[in-house]
Design a protein around this ligand. Structure first.
Ligand SMILES: [Zn+2]
Ligand SMILES: [Zn+2]
Length: 248
């Protein structure tokens, strides 16, 4: 199994794509979130939009879903053997369609619904693709807003957008190889995201297996990343960088 960052920028990133990862599994794949910037990243990987087989949506902020309309239309014009499967936390299905329907409902061939474009799989607690189980984890992003991360034991935890949930990280860090965690990498503490200072408050063993993502464009230059890596324990995600996971 291989996880490749299609983007690791925050919601305002211009140059490193919005946060999203492509997981390559046995003869299939899964994109975590689908921002518009994925189109370029997939192109750079030699892939087309209709090569995406499965998508999981963590929450409905636009930097995580603003490529879905294009993906849906591309699949209609250039259909793959199967409609892409869209794994959506149960509580988000209706709201997701409300976000997308303005561009997808009315077509020259009549009215369409979400299920015309995707095989929609509402997910309550977990789902499985190619024998790999993904468990939904509620995150602490915006009060009252449903948002999720994905736990894929024994390989990784992918946080999605959240404030730091140290207790949860402590509880799972022994059962995964890597922790992909959001961190905006700025000094100021934001009420809906995780700061570097907070990451640095975690035990060293958790920091060492952490890869930070969803951050500002200030670390694009190799030297800035090197400087960070020379003095801190976590690593920084990079666009198109891959992480390999093998079964024990
Ligand atoms: Zn975001
Ligand atoms: Zn968000």
């Amino acid at each position: 199994m291989k996880l490749t960052f299609l983007g690791c920028g925050d919601g305002f990133s211009v140059l490193q794509g919005h946060n999203s990862a492509l997981i390559q599994l046995d003869r299939t794949n899964l994109a975590i979130d689908f921002p518009e910037s994925n189109h370029l990243s997939l192109h750079q990987l030699g892939m087309k939009l209709n090569d995406v087989r499965n998508i999981f949506i963590t929450h409905l902020h636009e930097d995580h879903i603003n490529g879905l309309q294009k993906l849906a239309l591309f699949h209609r014009v250039y259909p793959a053997a199967q409609k892409p499967r869209l794994f959506v936390p149960t509580g988000l299905v209706d709201d997701l369609w409300q976000c997308l329907r303005h561009g997808l409902e009315l077509t020259t061939r009549g009215k369409r619904v979400l299920e015309d474009y995707f095989e929609v799989v509402p997910v309550e607690t977990c789902f499985e693709i190619a024998g790999v189980e993904f468990e939904l984890v509620k995150t602490l992003h915006v009060p009252g807003m449903l948002s999720y991360g994905l736990l894929c034991k024994p390989y990784f935890y992918f946080s999605g957008d959240t404030v730091l949930d140290a207790a949860y990280l402590q509880s799972i860090s022994g059962s995964v190889e890597r922790i992909f965690y959001e961190c905006h990498m700025q000094d100021d503490v934001l009420p809906s995201h995780t700061s570097l200072e907070e990451i640095k408050s975690l035990p060293a063993d958790i920091q060492k297996k952490s890869v930070l993502m969803h951050y500002v464009d200030d670390y694009l230059e190799g030297k800035a990343r090197e400087k960070f890596h020379s003095r801190e324990l976590p690593r920084l995600a990079e666009p198109l960088a891959s992480y390999h996971f093998t079964k024990e």
